[in-house]
Design a protein around this ligand. Structure first.
Ligand code: 13P
Ligand code: SF4
Length: 349
């Protein structure tokens, strides 16, 4: 899918509604300039005067509201390093959402992540700066599709990737993330499982287990764009290149990788192995976030952005905290069953 400038804001600046009351004053500079050091290597200095007053306002509002900001690894550096309280992959964010005491959660991520936070915190206010921050995987399957799959394979439990709507989770036996999918599948003790909706993650799991995996045809619109040929070409250009990939990529792409893992597992690879050169085959902002803390590593990158993740901006986060909206709610008719699927996942170590 072509990315339009309307939907994608690489640097998190909401150009449609500039707020003229926020300015980069000496007082703002004194309060937040130290934060810039965390992102200096990936955020050009010229952009800081735009981000600084937003970050200052968000930090003040966060304290006033007693709110916590959960940010996915794909958020832009000024969110990830500037205002987030908790960062991580989908599994870490779900776990931390279950643990938080804060009465207000702002989800800097996509809608299914905010829904998961709400399922685990039904009494709390869960905000997402843009309700339209969706996911091509979540869009790929409906509850009726799951019921039809169950009819076709009545002996097979349904393992559902968290990248789905609550109504789909409600039709499932258990959820999984890219970080625990193999463990979750094997925890069921079944000969075969229905694995929805990510076909490529399902195929990757099938290479790691003897359990038979029945897949669905959902794909991530970001990861399906990578091709094996581009990885082969990059490897030819840099003979010391380590290629690490997310399991939402097609199998031919994963075959070219040195390591496959969730976003946090990919970050762990860079932290532990200290490669001289790395190509992270995943959403592009994550390389910025890791590069900011790994100056010894050169990041080679084809830049595939997730247009949904990029709907979340500093301005949007500030407005969410100001207005306490938009709020994420879950249909009570599906909430209990969906929650059970997520909680079963969290119970598996
Ligand atoms: P993880 O961060 O759980 O690996 O998932 C990647 C992703 O695409 C989330 O939308
Ligand atoms: Fe969904 Fe892919 Fe975007 Fe993740 S990167 S939110 S899987 S579209």
């Amino acid at each position: 899918m072509a990315l339009s400038t309307e939907t994608v804001n690489i640097r998190g600046i909401d150009t449609t509604t500039p707020d003229t009351t926020l300015e980069y004053s000496p007082e703002v500079a004194e309060r937040v300039d130290h934060i810039y050091e965390k992102m200096r290597s990936v955020v050009p200095e010229i952009e800081w005067p735009v981000f600084a007053p937003e970050i200052d306002a968000i930090l003040r509002l966060k304290a006033e509201r007693n709110a916590v900001i959960l940010a996915h690894n794909y958020q832009t550096p000024e969110i990830f390093h500037g205002v987030a309280d908790i960062v991580g992959d989908s599994l870490a964010l779900a776990r931390r959402a279950a643990e938080t005491d804060a009465p207000i959660i702002v989800q800097a991520g996509v809608h299914f992540m905010a829904e998961t936070s709400k399922l685990l915190n039904p009494e709390k206010t869960v905000l997402i700066p843009d309700l339209a921050a969706g996911c091509s995987l979540a869009e790929s399957i409906t509850p009726a599709d799951v019921r039809r799959l169950r009819e076709a394979y009545p002996d097979a439990p349904v393992v559902t990737y968290v990248n789905t709507a609550a109504a789909v989770k409600a039709e499932s036996d258990i959820c999984c993330t890219s970080g625990n999918a193999v463990r979750i599948v094997e925890s069921l003790g079944a000969d075969r499982v229905i694995f929805i909706p990510d076909e490529y993650l399902g195929k990757y799991v099938a290479t790691q287990t003897d359990v038979q995996i029945i897949t669905w045809k959902g794909h991530c619109e970001v990861h399906e764009r990578f091709t094996p040929q581009e990885l082969i070409d990059y490897r030819r250009s840099y003979d010391d290149l380590r290629i690490i990939a997310h399991p939402e990529c097609p199998p031919e792409v994963l075959a070219e990788a040195d390591f496959v893992g969730s976003t946090s597992q990919m970050i762990g690879f860079v932290r532990e192995e200290h490669p001289d050169r790395v190509l992270m085959v995943t959403e592009c902002s994550m390389s910025d976030n890791v590069a900011a803390e790994a100056p010894q590593t050169e990041f080679v990158r084809p830049c595939n952005l997730c247009p949904h993740m990029k709907r979340i901006t500093l301005t949007g986060i500030r407005k969410s905290l100001e207005t306490l909206g938009p709020e994420v709610t879950v249909d009570p008719a599906v909430a209990d069953a969906a929650r059970r699927s997520v909680e079963r996942m969290l119970e598996v170590q």
